[in-house]
Design a protein around this ligand. Sequence first.
Ligand code: CO
Length: 142
Amino acid sequence: MKRYDEMLPAGIWRRLDHIGVAVSDLEITANKYQQLGFTEIERENLPEQGVEVVMLDGGNCRLELLAPLRDNSPIARFIDKRGQGLQHIAFETKSLDTALADLATRNIVPISPPSIGAGGNRVAFLHPRDTEGVLLELVEYP
Ligand code: CO
């Protein structure tokens, strides 16, 4: 039997990895989602990004709750401008460098160079102006 991994398509966007939700108060929202039946699977601070993260198991896709660690973090600015709610959609990519090189040939560059995101994975974000309004995250597992 083929491994799930081998059945994934070869392109940049392999599979939906998680959906990012911006929240003001991590405790309140994590509790609310647990009341909705979601299970917390991971919790971590990402000081460089200025966020505190709770990952929830959503069956075939995880939900990433993101709360600001400081007032000037991108997630704090997002909430100031647009309120709580859907913030980004993340797809797994096999090789972040290959994906970004491919996108660069189409004049699409990430918002900033790849960094280490939730779960210790390498990540990069594409600006909503390049995606017709959706902040897209690329995730490469170690
Ligand atoms: Co994310």
